[in-house]
Design a protein around this ligand. Structure first.
Ligand code: KG4
Ligand code: ZN
Length: 333
């Protein structure tokens, strides 16, 4: 089954064609970074407008790159939520209209479930059940995944998402937007030991996280050490990154041990972080646990993961109706 996937939940307009939830035939991601850069973060109204401008060309490019006649597409899937409502509406309505006009089935995908499917687009995919750490700009959680469509939440952040903390620290230190990549780059020339930031919830009592105190600790450090000279910013970035990745890696490994899982997956935008990838892999290997992390291009938002997640629901005969609507948040997400 060839599924057209569409993703417009935040600041990427993306379309992809994926076969049977595994083989990427094409994947196009049009980033809006330049549009939001002057504002230091995503401006929802601008995001919606840019999605409207880009969606037709992005879908046409995905179909063109796959060198496939649109009639060969068997079904369509688009992100239904969570995300920015105005942004979601563009991709969701486009995909639904595309399916309706061609009389093919349509399914609205949960964005978090979409991220989970990024691991199945790689050769080395995990065996069920596995534990997944989903770390993005809007969500941070640990899931026990038992099938392509079933994931149970084990723990989540009680305040900020890990990616959000990266973005805020980048803003505070003048490193810019988007935060993750620039903080990681700055951290390369800094010392991870020089500034010791707190490691919130670094214990075995639960699988939850908290990053807002860490963000405040960075702010307090900046207030008590004025000036943004390059060396200091690098040390802050390295110290902050070390604290976040310590907590994330400790918790996901503890979750895998608790559930007796031999496989861990890291998914979401923050899974692109090299320090996190190394740390989880090193610690897991010692315990005989295999770590699966998608390539960097599949960690951030993309439509291939949405097509892959949609495929499993569509193959089971599930479809979304004309009356269904997008949603900004999920309960217990
Ligand atoms: O999954 P994603 O593309 O979008 C959401 O669903 O939120 O994740 C975006 C988040 C942003 O907060 C961004 O700063 C973070 O992922 N990110 C990173 C890195 N690359 C992106 N965080 C840490 N290190 C990175 N290299
Ligand atoms: Zn995402």
């Amino acid at each position: 089954m060839i599924v057209l996937g569409i993703e417009t939940s935040c600041d990427e307009t993306a379309a992809a064609l994926v076969e049977d939830g595994r083989r990427i035939l094409s994947s196009v991601v049009a980033s809006q970074i330049d549009v939001h850069h002057p504002y230091g973060g995503v401006v929802p109204e601008l995001a919606s407008r840019k999605h409207i401008e880009a969606i037709v060309a992005v879908v046409e490019e995905a179909v063109g790159r796959a060198e496939m006649a649109p009639e060969k597409i068997d079904a369509a899937a688009a992100t239904q939520g969570p995300g920015l409502v105005g942004a979601l509406l563009v991709g969701f309505n486009y995909a639904r209209a595309f399916a309706y006009a061609r009389k093919i089935p349509f399914y609205g995908v949960n964005h978090l479930e979409g991220h989970m499917h990024s691991v199945f687009l790689e050769k080395d995919s995990p065996a069920f059940p596995f534990v997944a750490l989903l770390v993005s700009g809007g969500h941070t959680g640990i899931y026990y995944v038992t099938s392509y469509t079933k994931m149970a939440l084990m723990g989540r952040t009680r305040d900020d998402a890990a990616g959000e903390a990266f973005d805020k620290v980048a803003k505070m230190t003048g490193l810019g937007y988007p935060g993750g990549g620039v903080v990681e780059d700055a951290a390369r020339s800094g010392s991870p030991e020089k500034i010791q930031f707190p490691r919130p919830y670094l214990d075995k009592s639960n699988f939850d996280f908290s990053f807002s105190g860490l963000k405040t600790a960075v702010l307090r450090y900046l207030q008590t050490h004025p000036g943004l000279e390059e060396k200091k910013v690098s040390d802050i970035a390295a110290g902050f990154q070390e604290a976040v990745t310590d907590v994330l890696s400790y918790k996901v490994i503890h979750a895998a041990e608790t559930m007796h899982c031999r496989d861990i997956c890291l998914v979401g935008g923050v899974a692109a972080n090299q320090r996190l990838r190394e740390k989880v892999t090193e610690n897991a290997v010692r315990l005989g646990i295999a770590v699966h992390i998608p390539s960097v291009s599949l960690c951030g938002d993309n439509a291939a993961m949405i097509a892959a997640a949609g495929f499993h629901h569509l193959a089971a005969g599930e479809t979304s109706g004309l009356g269904d609507d997008v949603y900004s948040r999920v309960k217990n997400g």
